[in-house]
Design a protein around this ligand. Structure first.
Ligand code: URA
Length: 239
């Protein structure tokens, strides 16, 4: 059993004080009846709690963000706007964080969640969840670059990357490539191309596992993922 004000605060991300205010104002119902008792005992598994007419969110939430350039993948930052600033109030929960990092200038699919175990499963190189990117380059992709990606790029400091797949994007005059990697080293894609003498001029993540960036999701917008979407992430292992 959990106190109503605590449940409301943890599921919506509002402060305990705000939760108590909402409860006292009569905006919260339990199993259809208004409940103004801030410490009412609630069974989160069986009681239906609604605030302002909306059912309380489930414990864990998974959000797809079409990340724009200019935002850092962090929960807070003293200088820059963070990806959490783009999460709309109705999707906010306590403990949200970006599952993995995209550079400040990288765009595309970023998953924001409050489920640490899920994030670990998605990000661990051992789980082999492929992440796909489209990279625009300052020069042409060669067969040699493709071969080096396939064999596992080695950075100047000796760090060896896992094998990756590089394909040229059609009609790009070999200046754009799709890259598939199963790990997330710092600036990995940019550094892999740099080893091949190419500079990434634009980078967008398009998928994680079999979950693709929703083409109808405007840049800078979020949408809540379904259970089925989450399952897609762990399908389509390639290596
Ligand atoms: N690789 C990069 O270099 N940057 C990103 O943002 C993601 C992968």
């Amino acid at each position: 059993m959990e106190r109503l004000d605590r449940l409301l605060s943890s599921r919506t991300g509002c402060s305990r004080k705000d939760a108590q205010k909402q409860i006292k104002s009569g905006a919260v119902t339990v199993n259809g009846a208004v409940c103004k008792t801030i410490d009412a005992k609630i069974d989160p598994d069986s009681d239906v709690v609604e605030a302002g007419g909306h059912a309380l969110g489930e414990e864990y939430i998974y959000i797809m963000l079409n990340k724009p350039a200019g935002y850092v993948s962090a929960t807070e930052d003293r200088r820059d706007k963070t990806v959490l600033d783009l999460v709309p109030p109705e999707l906010r929960r306590k403990g949200l964080f970006p599952a993995g990092r995209l550079d400040k200038d990288t765009e595309g699919l970023l998953i924001i969640t409050n489920d640490g175990e899920f994030a670990h499963r998605m990000l661990s190189p051992k789980k082999h969840v492929p992440k796909r990117y489209i990279a625009q380059l300052d020069g042409e992709i060669t067969d040699d670059a493709k071969k080096r990606f396939e064999e596992g790029i080695i950075f100047a400091d000796g760090t060896k990357c896992l094998p990756a797949k590089l394909q040229t994007v059609e009609n790009s005059h070999n200046r754009a490539g799709t890259v598939e990697i199963c790990e997330g080293k710092f600036h990995q894609v940019k550094k892999m191309f740099a080893v091949c003498g190419l500079q990434v001029v634009h980078l967008q993540r398009i998928s994680v596992g079999n979950l693709y960036l929703d083409g109808k999701l405007p840049i800078g917008s979020c949408k809540k993922l379904t259970k089925l979407d989450i399952e897609q992430i762990f399908m389509g292992k390639l290596y």
